[in-house]
Design a protein around this ligand. Sequence first.
Ligand SMILES: Cc1cc2nc3c(=O)[nH]c(=O)nc-3n(C[C@H](O)[C@H](O)[C@H](O)COP(=O)(O)OP(=O)(O)OC[C@H]3O[C@@H](n4cnc5c(N)ncnc54)[C@H](O)[C@@H]3O)c2cc1C
Length: 284
Amino acid sequence: MKVPPVFEYVRVDSLNDLYKNVNQYSFPLIISGGTVAVLMLKNRVIRPDAVIDISGIEDLNVLNLDKEKDEVFMGSNIKLYRLKSLLPDDSASELVTKSASTVGDIAIRSVGSVGGNVCLGDPGNDLPVALTAIGAYAVIGSQESIRRVPVSDFYVKPFKNVLKKGEILLGVSYKRLYGYRTSYKKHFLNFLDHYVGIVAALAKVEGKSIKDLRMAAAGEAIGTPVKIDISGFSSVDDAVSIKKKLIDCLNSLPMHDDRFGTIKFKKRILSALMFQAIDEVLGP
Ligand SMILES: Cc1cc2nc3c(=O)[nH]c(=O)nc-3n(C[C@H](O)[C@H](O)[C@H](O)COP(=O)(O)OP(=O)(O)OC[C@H]3O[C@@H](n4cnc5c(N)ncnc54)[C@H](O)[C@@H]3O)c2cc1C
C-alpha cells in the first residue's frame, strides 16, 4: 500500500480561513476533489507541510450570471458533472459542457472540480482547451486582491501555472457567445490514459460567410493549451485554405518524439482532429 508523507490536514470553509492558513505554511497544497492531488501525495511526487482542503468553501461552489456584462462565472469547487445542468444556454457554455463531459469517467467527473481541472496543468486536461478557445479568464484571489488572467496565459509549462504562493483560483469567467457551432475532439491511446491531442473549435457562420472562427489545441503532443490563429477567413468555401493554414500552425509548434508517439504521428493525429472540427463547425 502506498502511504502519503506526513502533513497537517486543514479543512477550511471560508476564503478568509483559507488565506490565513495558506500564508501560515511554507509549502501548502490546496486540494478540492483530490482525484489527482491524493495520487500525487501517495506517490510522494509532492511533499507539502500542509494539505488545505477547500472543498467546503461554498463561495467557490457557485455559478453566477452577470446579466449586465453577459458573463458566466464558474466557481472552482463546482463538480464537473454538474456543469451540464448548471451552465446557461449559449455557444460558449455548450463548448465547456462538451469538454467537461469527456473528462475521465462518471466517477472522476463526480468528484473532480473545475478548479482542479484548470489548475493541474496536465497537457491532457480538458477544460483548459475549451476555455482557451472561448477566450475565458482565470479569476485568481489572494488575501490582498483579485486578478484576471486569460486562460491562454495561465500556464507557464506543463504542471506549472501562474499562481503565486497565497493565491488560489476562485473560478473561471467567460463572455456568453450566441449562434456558434461548436466542436470538441480528442484522441487517446488507452481509455482514461493521457490524450495525444485535444481540439476545441467554434464558428459563427451566416449563409456562407464566416463571422468568427476560433480554435485551441492541447494534449501530450503540444503541452500547454495554445490558441490556433485561423482568423481572416471570410467564407466557408475557404475550408481548404484554412486546413493548409492549420498545417502551417502545426509545423510551427515545438514537438518531440516520446512515449506518446513520434512527431509525425502527433501531427497526423492533431491535423485529423483539427480537420474534423473545421468540417463540423463550417460544414452544412
Ligand atoms: C483515472 C483518471 C482519469 C482522468 N481523466 C481525465 C480526463 O479525461 N480529462 C481531464 O481533464 N482530467 C482527467 N483526470 C484528472 C482529474 O481527475 C481532473 O482534472 C479533475 O477535474 C481534477 O479536479 P480535483 O478537484 O480532483 O483536483 P485535485 O486533485 O483536488 O487538485 C488537482 C490540482 O489542482 C490544484 N487545485 C485544485 N483546486 C484549486 C484551486 N481552486 N486553486 C488552486 N489550485 C487548485 C491542486 O493543488 C492540485 O495541484 C483524470 C484523473 C484520473 C485519476
